[in-house]
Write a protein that binds this ligand. Sequence first.
Ligand code: TYM
Length: 323
Amino acid sequence: MRVLSGIQPTGPFHWGNYFGAIRQYIELQEVADEAYYFIANLHALTTVRDQALLRQYTLGGAIDLLALGLNPDKAVLFVQSDVPEVSELSWLLMTGTPMGLLERCVSYKDKLAKGLKADAGLFTYPVLQAADILAYDADVVPVGEDQLQHIEVCRDIAGSFNHHFGQTFTMPKGKVLDQSARVPGTDGEKMSKSYGNTLAVFDDVKAQRKQVMRIQTDSRPMEDPKDPAGDVLMDLYKLVASEEEVADMTALYARGGFGYGDVKKALADAAERYWAPYRDARAHWAAKPDAVREVLAAGAVKARAKAAGVLRRAQEAAGVGGW
Ligand code: TYM
């Protein structure tokens, strides 16, 4: 099994990124024959238009992934732009991608619906993502639910290339976790940097507590029993609390007679305990930026070697190169 996934350096990683995707990266690196994980800085360029900030988020993203348990001896960690073969492959794929396929993609449609002007980068974003996946012959792509559409687009693009030019690309499959495919944010909507409703993985303890206290709840009276199903606090609590703590909290919900403030406090405590070891690991890596750069450089060499082979295969299939 060959695993691949990417994450945009558009800001600090949040609980949705971790519980939806990064946690899978860490689990899958143990069982995959090969695992490729990258910081999608070319994709991030569609939103982060500040060179210093983009660099900071890119290196910061690598530090975060290492701190969260990504092991460079087991997985290839690299920066997307260090593998130019992928951009080249993206063009080959673009020539066979119907406009309608991209017009149906949610991130592009959403932007238009909000009356914002989209650029060609946002429109063709899913094609670059398809190239990311196909360039490494990935068969498993661990992601949150919001990325499944992009993986379907990738499969469409790969299928029509294979159909037209002969078997060239491996068909990938998306992999989501049932419990955390769509982690809610502080307002109950999907947690997302663009909605401003995130809980950051590496916020300091005080800031995190403040964010947790801001989570929106209904205004049911204290003494009423509460339904834990579909309750944002409970959904978040389940991610960071132990099974026993969750069972206790579920019983408390059924009994009633408590306020959401108590639940928020319990959530903030559980979160503090959950993230503490990762916070220490982050401090360790953050103190050694050159070691992180070395990891990324070594990762880029391995990733390029793989992507170059696939690009050559695709070029030959399409009749460019190979004369
Ligand atoms: P990005 O950077 O938005 O998010 C990174 C990963 O986090 C997941 N995620 C969530 N999962 C559950 N609940 C949430 N609230 C939540 N928010 C984010 C995302 O699903 C994703 O897995 N286009 C991709 C980056 C990318 C990529 C790729 C992914 C570029 N090339 C190739 C896979 C394969 C993106 O914007 O992810």
